[in-house]
Design a protein around this ligand. Structure first.
Ligand SMILES: [Zn+2]
Length: 526
């Protein structure tokens, strides 16, 4: 066909028009954050190839194309799954499914109308040392079968390996991410896995590099060995490091995380996507998921759950079922619990009490407590993401004293300028002083007119803990050090010595009982 100058110009214009949606998408991103709490957020992941929007945090049930414990259509209709994940590599190697996937497409093959993410065979590579496919080949296959979110072949470097190996494997992963641009992926989103073993600086570099590739979704990889060993504190460290590099706008998938007991912690750390193979794998093994840990069906006298399976059966009845039916029932229970916990987390984010939910979960298992404490080690980062105003602050444990809201109040104290002789008191106002501020552990001092503002409306226990008094003392120190010209007196209710030691020497301290003798009648206790 002859090519005139005019048709070339039209072709160019058409090419630009075809490109335009992708470019606009890249500018606005496919992920939008709606509501935030701690580093957790409710967001929307736009999946253009299927034209669906997935609300995050989202759970992707893993569907084994050969063994469907629960049919994908049921995952969608009965459990509310908006997205699932299946293995593109297994499909590409399967004699009976490969052609069907190519001709019918993944959505018809699996009978699922939501978004479908495909994995690449990285797991098989790590497991067997070698696979028969390159990144451009497997990515092209994922595109051809209609995947919504494809994955290149990264190298999942396990925890605790030598630094040389972690660096070498990370650079291979990064080369492969760059090669994804050789493949025509059109509207298919592409995962950019973040590796780096247990080295926070490598995870951060990997995050920055992954974000720089312009790819779309960011799985934090090789977390499974940490999760299997209940190393939730290390999980928090690698996710936090990856997010420092990725920035807050990137959707993060905690790859391989499917146990509901750690969803709240992982969401509060900033994870948006989870994948559960656990619901089926645990069921096959007669294990029963709960938000407090895993139970063995053989050891249960009661079913501690309100889902339809547990309401309709006793443990005895479940044990009496044949293997397939028992596995399916347990898988259904496991899914109900997992999706239920995600709804609870989303409601907590809306309400602004996600950290309270994490505290409750942290009481379910000592390893979760370690994870929560590791999260609070990063309270400064949480403070930047955390909204300034929420419903209420519940002080539930010694860890509450380290929450980002306390840190933010202490930062604010440095900017307040009281004058003259200021009484900081756990009691009522006293006219003998120029100003009379309230003191509430763990926040410390504040002017009375702020009493009705968040987080000073906090519900705190009367029998509070040492950490709470110590945090209040730290707040007094911040205020006193910022105001060297002002005289301060602290009237306290029997604070422990460790807290009083944190109060600067130039702040006079007196027990509140001796203060009460001076209180004039008619003065109000707020
Ligand atoms: Zn149940």
């Amino acid at each position: 066909m002859a090519t005139t100058g005019a048709t070339t110009a039209i072709d160019e214009e058409n090419a630009i028009l075809r490109r335009a949606p992708a470019e606009i998408q890249e500018m606005s991103g496919v992920f939008e954050q709606r509501t935030a709490d701690a580093a957790g957020r409710i967001g929307e992941l736009a999946v253009p190839r299927s034209g669906v929007t997935v609300e995050t945090p989202a759970l992707m049930p893993v569907v084994n194309p050969h063994v469907q414990t629960i049919a994908p259509a049921r995952l969608e209709d009965e459990f509310g799954a908006e997205i699932l994940i299946t293995n593109g590599y297994i499909l590409s190697q399967s004699e009976d499914l490969r052609e069907a996937a190519l001709s019918a497409g993944l959505h018809d093959l699996l009978d699922f109308s939501g978004a479908i993410m495909t994995d690449s065979g990285s797991f098989q590579l790590a497991e067997y040392g070698d696979i028969e496919v390159t990144t451009p080949e497997i990515l092209d296959f994922q595109y051809e079968i209609g995947s919504d979110i494809g994955t290149p072949i990264d190298i999942p470097t396990p925890p605790d390996v030598g630094r040389d190996r972690a660096e070498r494997e990370l650079s291979t992963t990064q080369e492969r991410l760059e090669r994804t641009h050789e493949v025509e992926t059109d509207e298919m989103l592409v995962n950019a896995p973040v590796q780096g073993s247990t080295y926070p600086d490598l995870r951060e570099d990997a995050g920055r590099h992954a974000r720089g590739t312009g790819l779309d979704v960011f799985p934090v990889g090789a977390a499974v060995p940490l999760l299997n060993a209940y190393r939730y504190d290390d999980m928090v460290e690698i996710v936090t490091a990856a997010k420092r590099g990725l920035g807050t706008g990137a959707p993060v998938h905690l790859f391989g995380a499917g146990h509901p007991m750690m969803f709240a912690l992982a969401v509060a750390t900033g994870c948006d996507l989870f994948d559960s193979a656990a619901y089926a794998l645990y069921a096959r093994d007669d294990r029963y998921l709960t938000v407090r840990g895993t139970e063995k069906l053989a050891e249960l006298d009661y079913l501690p759950c309100e889902c339809p399976i547990c309401v309709a059966h006793t443990p005895e009845e479940l044990r009496a079922l044949d293997d397939d039916e028992r596995e399916r029932h347990l898988a259904e229970h496991n899914l109900y619990v997992s999706f239920g916990e995600l709804r609870r987390i989303k409601q907590a984010i809306r309400r602004g009490n996600l950290l309270e939910l994490v505290e409750v979960r942290a009481r379910g298992h000592p390893a979760m407590l370690d994870g929560y404490r590791a999260l609070l080690d990063h309270a400064d980062r949480l403070e930047r993401a955390d909204p300034a105003s929420k419903d209420a602050f519940f002080h539930l444990s010694a860890e509450s004293a380290r929450r980002p809201e306390v840190r933010r109040h202490h930062d604010r104290l440095e900017r307040l300028v009281p004058e003259g002789h200021v009484l900081l008191t756990e009691g009522g106002e006293n006219s003998q002083y120029d100003e009379s501020w309230r003191v509430v552990p763990p926040f410390g001092p504040f002017p009375r007119h702020l009493s009705e503002t968040y987080p000073l409306t906090a519900e705190v226990p009367e029998r509070t803990d040492r950490e709470s008094y110590e945090a209040a003392a730290a707040g007094i120190a911040r205020l006193a050090n910022a105001n060297p010209e002002t005289a301060f007196t602290l009237a306290h209710r029997d604070w422990p010595a460790s807290a009083l030691e944190g109060v600067p020497g130039r702040v006079a301290t007196i027990p509140l009982e001796s203060m009460d003798e001076y209180d004039a009648a008619g003065e109000t206790d707020q």
